[in-house]
Design a protein around this ligand. Structure first.
Ligand code: GLC
Length: 428
């Protein structure tokens, strides 16, 4: 069954590509073919099946006058950002275009690290995107990133194991703990629930989900609201997952790849991860065909579905690029029907292009799209240029609570203090 799905995924992408290529060839500007230009695209890995290179190959076929060289970036968004900041601040004209996190627009706009795209694309260009995404890439009235794909947090579970032990797909965190403990008691898995608890941006994403469900908030405008009973409840619960053995202590060092690997190797019953985890799991023989995807649980049954943090990546232009026309063509293609269909069917990403989100053939191949319409979404407070510091205050202190070095209450108080400091004197 899964082999068929996989084959169909590739089949659909190929069929779509052929259609798009022929349109591209008919309209293809002959002058591009003569004068070839090479642009550099910086991007971290999107999935484990070589999607970036597939996109590049398809783009080059559609636009034979433009070559794209991939500059591979680290998977950790914080390290990725630091490398790009250093490179662009040095005045380098490469990368010409880069895949950057949805939390970067305010910081990058303020620091002059991204071109104002409102001047690069006509207003008609922005109509292709699903509602809300362009607003998320806007800082002080100008758009700095073209939405490339959206991420949301989901619960992945082992269908086969839940069925074998007659356990429900959890709708509350308490039920998830009961399911996990039952499976652990039967030695059906090594770990109950794996997630991203290392001291980095991904922990902030996980925290946002528990915090919002508990009724808490990080910021309101430039006011820190983090020092609250809801924050203590969220952090205490995360720590309790480890203390009770539902999650291994190792989650305090896990980023997405480690959590993904534990689940893909069949070691864990539950995984919190982004949309691409579905396609990643289908390429792993240990769990292929045995994985279900659902909204994250909530603290109470009436709160179901729980909250999913909004992640995702935009395409930004280096203000020093010398190839603006080619970069514009690249972004148009990547956010158009051809590029977005590949993203959604090859790597179960959530396309940003509204038309592609609705295509029945895409929805059929990407089960995550059916779930995302049911979840409650929450964004990180990335509207301030100080967001990187705010997030670092959160993940550093919450990680210390997860490892038991700080009590949840102390971690919340310390984080709140650091947030207030980071935000003081910062505008929006
Ligand atoms: C995913 C999300 C991104 C988030 C990151 C955290 O890549 O798309 O928005 O910052 O994970 O690890």
């Amino acid at each position: 069954m899964q082999t068929t799905v996989r084959g169909t995924i590739l089949g659909l992408a190929a069929a779509t590509m052929v259609a798009i290529w022929s349109i591209g060839a008919a309209a293809g500007p002959a002058q591009h073919r003569a004068a070839s230009v090479t642009i550099v695209w910086a991007a971290s890995p999107i999935s484990n099946n070589g999607l970036r290179q597939h996109l590049i190959t398809a783009f080059e076929r559609a636009h034979p006058g433009i070559r794209v060289r991939l500059q591979s970036q680290p998977t950790n968004t914080d390290t990725n950002r630091q490398e790009l900041i250093t490179e662009i601040n040095s005045g380098s004209a490469t990368p010409d275009v880069y895949m950057g996190d949805v939390i970067w627009p305010a910081q990058f706009a303020q620091a002059g690290l991204a071109m104002d795209l409102s001047k690069v694309f006509p207003s008609t260009f922005w109509r292709r995107f699903a509602p809300g995404l362009v607003a998320g890439a806007t800082y002080q009235g100008q758009v700095y990133g073209a939405p490339f794909f959206m991420d949301a947090g989901f619960l992945y579970y082992r269908k086969d194991l839940l069925a074998r032990y007659h356990l429900p797909v959890p709708r509350t965190w308490t039920q998830l703990a009961v399911d996990a403990k039952t499976l652990l008691a039967h030695h059906a898995v090594r770990y109950g629930f794996v997630w991203e608890g290392a001291a980095y941006e991904g922990l902030t994403c996980n925290l946002m989900e528990y915090l919002t469900d508990a009724g808490g908030k990080v910021l309101s405008g430039t006011k820190s609201l983090f020092d609250s009973p809801a924050s203590v409840r969220a952090v205490s619960f995360m720590r309790s997952l480890i203390v009770s053995g539902v999650s291994p202590a190792a989650v305090t060092t896990f980023q997405e790849p480690q959590a993904m690997n534990a689940f893909a190797q069949g070691q864990a019953a539950f995984l919190r991860n982004w949309d691409y985890a579905w396609s990643n799991s289908q390429s792993s023989p240990a769990v292929k065909g045995k994985v279900g995807v659902a909204p994250l649980p909530a603290f109470s049954a009436s709160g179901y579905p729980g909250y999913s943090n909004i992640g995702g990546w935009n395409l930004y232009i280096n203000p020093h690029t010398e190839h603006l026309a080619a970069v514009r063509t690249f972004i148009e293609w990547m956010t158009g029907v051809a590029g977005q269909t590949q993203l959604a069917t090859y790597a179960s990403e959530i396309p940003t292009n509204a038309q592609v989100q609705r295509l029945p053939e895409v929805r059929k191949l990407n089960p995550v799209l059916g779930v995302v319409s049911r979840v409650r979404l929450v964004a990180r407070p990335a509207y301030t240029p100080a967001y990187a510091k705010v997030s670092s205050a959160l993940y550093t202190n919450v990680n210390l609570a997860l490892t038991g070095q700080l009590s949840p209450r102390a971690a919340v108080a310390k984080a709140a203090q650091a947030i207030a400091q980071a935000i003081s004197g910062q505008g929006l």
